[in-house]
Design a protein around this ligand. Sequence first.
Ligand code: SF4
Ligand code: F3S
Length: 86
Amino acid sequence: AYVITEPCIGVKDKSCVAVCPVDCIHEGVYTEDGKVYDMLFINPDECIDCGLCEPECPVTAIFADSDVPKEWQHYIQINADFYRNK
Ligand code: SF4
Ligand code: F3S
């Protein structure tokens, strides 16, 4: 699945949402260990790995899960956890 990472926080451009063919990108707030993630999240169970969203993001927040920069690896879990119990 593709993953949204730190640069989305506070930007939320939403160009990614406009191109996603399966509507698996949603806005929300996720809180963990006192840090607030106010951003958009990709549902890993619904993402079909088409890659269309990645070049659309003006702040380069989107990566394939195999390609997430080291400092943002925890966003793989954060995107998944946002959708847990939904
Ligand atoms: Fe949607 Fe495709 Fe991006 Fe997955 S890779 S979130 S299916 S646009
Ligand atoms: Fe965020 Fe980039 Fe989408 S800023 S809302 S990941 S286009």
